[in-house]
Design a binder for this molecule. Sequence first.
Ligand SMILES: Cc1ncc(COP(=O)(O)O)c(C=O)c1O
Length: 448
Amino acid sequence: MMRATKDDILVESERILSIMSTDELSQVQSERIIQDSLENFPLYVTEAILKSRKSYADQIGVAEWSDEGAIFRDTKGEEYIDCLGGYGVYLLGHRHPRVIQAVERQLHRQALHSQELIDPLRGYLSKLVAMITPGDLQHSYMVNAGTEANEMALKLARLATGKTWFISTEKGFHGKTMGSLSATGKGLYRTPYLPLVPGFQHVPYGDAEAVKSAIRQLELTGESVAGVIVEPIQGEGGVNIPPDSYLPALREICDQHGCLLIVDEIQTGMGRTGTIFASDYVGVTPDIMTLGKAFGGGVMPIACMVTQHKWWGKMEDNPFILGSSTFGGNPLCAAAAIATIHTVVEEDVPAIAGEKGSYFLHGLRRLRESYPTAMLEARGRGLLMGMEFRNHDTGYQIAKSLFNEHILVGGTLNNAQVIRIEPPYSISYEQIDQVLDALDRALRGAGT
Ligand SMILES: Cc1ncc(COP(=O)(O)O)c(C=O)c1O
């Protein structure tokens, strides 16, 4: 596209700003937004987004516009129950009032920081993170996205141990920047970018013996292992729950071999699985924990790596200096995360997620008994649940039927064989029943 004239740029941006400042869209405006989007995405973003499953092909004209609690609305004002929760972002729901209030107040005072002076909210937030995390996790490094938090976790493990290799897991998901992608265990995401960062060995998930034997082999051949990186429950990999003995065994193995246990709580953390962190369920304190998604309360993008003093303090040029990030931990995002921690603790979000999750999962398991040829398994902990169907097509069909009934769910690993259910903690029991009824109809309609 040729560079536009100043006048054209002003007219177009004025038009968009005026749509953005409209409280309630008219039908004409709503249709115009859809029409604009159908033009803009292929030309300036990518058509792949329009064609992706998220829009369910024939529902291509649905654009999200506003939201609150456990629902969002499209440009026409139609409501949808959010059972995907932004793949974990919306644990507190959409625009939780406590988080919005903190961000609005901060916005009216100061949005970003100079990068040079002391920015107090970073310190307050880091202290609160140390207060809510297990054991002696203490020093935080704030970034903008989960993948950046894992990048720094990997870098810190190398710095702190002076060792090289990482053990990660098949189907594990840790992000898509080069280092985190190297830890990620799915060929689909990795192959186009090979060779990735060297020194990653993937082993089957849930199998502590496989980790032990990989470390033993590496050490026998003169290599050294800096860390083991795992999710306490694999989210993207298909809601895979390891045996209760898994994380404690990894803790022991890491201690024996002098390597760091990195637990990626980016999807599971802040209460989603019924405990504030999924690793609390088995009482394991990692050397490094990473947080993201729900950490910003579903309002601001912020992620974090938190580690023990003995690892952080080992280096003069600690990760904050070596890895500094322009926007990481900025005042607006920090305000959101501080309000998130307050809300999670005050409202006992983990307990609510645990109770609603049990009720939901019980309902899914009843449906699995009624439709055993279509649904092979319903599994989960708290409000992180998965339904495994006999194949991708069945899962896709079910997800599409649910969307037609204004309920959003999501696949895993770019596949609909396992459908993820990750609603906000504020989903009501009536809404859960509504989803279960719609699912019953969808399964019946799928001819099972
Ligand atoms: C467990 C886990 N780790 C890391 C990431 C990457 O986070 P982000 O997309 O914010 O970079 C994700 C995202 O889905 C995740 O689920």
